[in-house]
Design a protein around this ligand. Structure first.
Ligand code: FES
Length: 243
């Protein structure tokens, strides 16, 4: 599935910022795209970040600026919306500067900021959605005997969330969508997941214990509320060892 396009007014780049990023990208090899977003910083603030990447995450929005491609994490869009990205030189310091209409307070060095309450859409906003996304794992005899419920990080797959919380789901192909050992069954909240790609749909047919609401956890990104999953009793590898 291709990343979604988003409205160009989310970020506006000055000519100086465009020239700066072009210069930086000219020195990059394969990582010739830029992922730009915000992350939590301190107890209630955020900070900006950007990194050079060869491709974005599945849920990123794509922004084309001149010949450059920027990827914006979905949970950063609303906080960044309407910002101007500039390149400034002040005394001995130079660098990218964000002028963000959603920032209510900016620290002295300009690196971290807090946000005004963001405009609500359909009774929610991305930040609130990111805060309330939860994953509930039903009990599995070996991997999670008592079941577990935890919060999801932004842009996190079900597999990564499970591994982060000590649930050792098998992932033989290292998340390359090539093995089905990370297969899970979504008992509630199937509609909370990003759609499966054609590649995932095709591979799922080989999963042991396939159900209509099956997903490959390494490819499934929850985007809202609570998702409840069941870990199948066996993976395809375990079944072939038993037979
Ligand atoms: S880890 Fe192999 S398909 Fe998910």
């Amino acid at each position: 599935m291709n990343p979604k396009k988003h409205k160009p007014e989310v970020l506006n780049f000055t000519t100086k910022a465009i020239a700066h990023f072009k210069h930086k990208l000219s020195a990059q090899g394969k990582e010739n795209k830029i992922r730009l977003g915000v992350k939590k910083s301190g107890c209630n603030g955020f900070s900006y970040y950007f990194e050079f990447v060869s491709r974005g995450n599945k849920t990123d929005k794509v922004l084309k600026v001149d010949d450059m491609e920027f990827f914006i994490p979905s949970d950063s869009i609303e906080i960044l919306s309407g910002s101007q990205v500039d390149f400034t030189i002040e005394g001995l310091n130079q660098g990218i500067k964000f002028i963000n209409p959603n920032a209510s307070a900016v620290c002295g060095c300009g690196e971290s900021f807090t946000v005004n309450s963001l405009p609500e859409k359909d009774g929610s906003n991305n930040l609130a959605a990111a805060q309330k996304k939860k994953l509930k794992i039903l009990p599995h005899k070996d991997l999670c005997p008592d079941g577990l419920e935890f919060d999801l990080e932004p842009d996190e797959t079900i597999l990564d969330a499970c591994l982060r919380n000590g649930i050792r789901l098998e992932h033989a192909c290292e998340k390359a969508c090539a093995c089905t050992t990370c297969h899970v069954i979504v008992k509630e909240g199937f509609e909370n997941l990003e759609d499966a790609s054609d590649e995932e749909e095709d591979l799922l047919d080989k999963a042991w214990g396939l159900q209509p609401n099956s997903r490959l956890s390494c490819q499934a990104y929850p985007v809202d509320e609570v998702t409840v999953i069941e870990i199948p009793k066996y993976t395809i590898n375990q079944v072939s060892e038993l037979t």
